[in-house]
Design a protein. Structure first.
Length: 469
């Protein structure tokens, strides 16, 4: 745990008592603050009570007693409407912060010799893989690395800091909206495409949230920017004009006079006088496809920004074991391979998986994002058959009508069974692909739970097949 500094003897309201809220409450108390916790779900309040943390009904509380509101990132800040706790905080002049901001203030308050290195990673797609990949390279290079944030462990639940530590943090746009003073030694913006617009209101607001990761950087810092989309290209151009930090453009689709790029799986470093080939990513079994090449280019550039030897960084990319729920092979049954890509919560992320296989038995659906799966129409020819689940089933069936065979299955276990039955009858090698292109919240608390449900359904099929044999 990282005890939060700066609120000693003060009371901080904490709303939202899932992983982030509870971790923040513990860290605030450890740092000498008092806390007042609340959540609208009785089971969440019970979890806090079980830890001995004090509950206060924030709907009726005296907000003048609070020094800050620690808001969990899933709670609406501005759109579709500010949460009632946000309204109360603003009315009382109480600042609103997130767990990343609490972490940032604690780092900023530390003596210089105890300040760790921080790598902050964001992007619409690929940020979890890239965060894990940077962490892997750092660990293999002998650094004391801690990986967390929006991936795995909440930032304040990570091991306490010291001067030799490296924190590699995935940051969502929700977290960035609540962060103002984080100074990252290395920042990464992988890509930007429309996502979470119901939460941010407009694309411009969403991009502005992503750009907050660059705030507070200066001379000696590194910004790694993906330039394969128009928004990333624009950001790179604009911050290059500011000319304060080292800026590394990365691409997986084109050669560049300056930057780090991948062509046909070969990683090139063009940050010196001439481009040098540094790794053959075709040898990295856990990094297939152009989207993973972009992730690898960004991770390589970030590692260099931390002072890791370039050749060593390139070599460690090739030993990355992969990330759960991201194009993860969970089992092979006969000639049918089951791939868990539950992390694909929007169409752009699903595009990466669908593009990686000539044909797949595609399980999709959940709570749809803006645009649904219409942006994937050019890939429908790669769909042997679609198995639709969740709230989006009917709409996705309409989109696929006449373009790819589809069946509405409703539940994930039904989809897995039907997809396997069809794939095994087809003959030859086949891929059953869970790449939902949707949020999970209609049926599961998060994409991890959805991925584990897929894994469990596949295991049941495997056990049944062994029993029949």
């Amino acid at each position: 745990m990282i005890p939060v500094r700066g609120f000693e003897g003060k009371t901080v309201a904490v709303f939202g008592l899932a992983r982030t809220g509870l971790a923040a409450a513990r860290a605030l108390v450890a740092g000498g603050a008092q806390v007042a916790l609340w959540d609208e779900k009785p089971e969440s309040r019970a979890a806090a009570q079980a830890e001995g943390l004090p509950l206060v009904d924030l709907a009726t509380a005296d907000w003048s007693q609070f020094a800050a509101l620690m808001l969990s990132p899933g709670v609406p800040l501005t759109h579709p409407a500010p949460h009632w706790t946000v309204e109360k905080a603003k009315a009382a002049g109480v600042e609103i912060v997130g767990d990343m901001e609490l972490f940032a203030r604690t780092v900023n308050a530390a003596p210089e010799h105890k300040r760790p290195k921080i790598v902050a990673v964001t992007g619409t797609n690929g940020k979890s893989t890239t965060t894990a990949l940077i962490g892997h390279v750092c660990a293999q290079a002998g650094r004391d690395v801690r990986i967390g944030g929006n991936i795995g462990v909440g930032v304040l639940d990570l091991e306490d800091m010291h001067g030799g530590a490296v924190y590699v943090l995935e940051m969502s746009s929700y977290q960035l909206d609540l962060t103002s003073s984080l100074h990252a030694d290395v920042t990464v913006i992988l890509n930007i495409s429309p996502d979470h617009l119901e939460r941010h209101g407009t694309m411009e607001n969403y991009v502005a949230a992503k750009r907050r990761i660059l705030a507070n950087q200066g001379k000696g810092d590194t910004a790694v920017i993906g330039v394969d989309d128009a928004w990333g290209q624009q950001i790179c151009t604009e911050i290059t004009a500011a000319n304060r930090r080292t800026i590394v453009p990365v691409s997986a689709s084109k050669a560049m006079g300056r930057g780090v790029y991948v062509l046909n799986g070969l990683l090139y470093d063009a940050m010196g006088e001439r481009a040098q080939e540094v790794a053959d990513l075709n040898r990295a079994r856990s990094l297939p496809g152009r989207h993973n090449w972009q992730n690898a280019a960004a991770a390589y550039a970030a590692a260099k920004g931390l002072g890791i030897d370039p050749q060593e960084a390139a070599e460690h990319l090739l030993t990355f074991p992969g990330l759960a729920h991201r194009m993860e092979t969970v089992a092979t049954l006969g000639r049918v391979r089951f791939v868990n890509d539950s992390k694909a919560t929007n169409a752009d992320a699903a595009r990466q998986a669908l593009s990686s296989y000539p044909k797949s038995y595609w399980i999709a659906g959940g709570r749809a994002k803006t645009g649904g799966i219409e942006p994937l129409e050019d890939l429908f020819g790669r769909v042997a058959k679609a198995y639709l689940i969740g709230e989006a089933s009917a709409d996705f069936a309409k989109t696929l009508k006449g373009k790819a065979p589809a069946v509405e299955c409703g539940a994930l276990d039904v989809a897995v069974a039907q997809a396997y039955a069809d794939a095994s009858k087809a003959g030859g090698d086949a891929i059953v692909l869970l790449s939902p292109a949707c949020a999970s919240f209609d049926q599961y608390p998060d994409f991890e739970a959805r991925g584990e449900a897929f894994r469990a359904a596949v295991q049941r099929l495997t056990h049944a097949a062994k029993g029949a044999a």
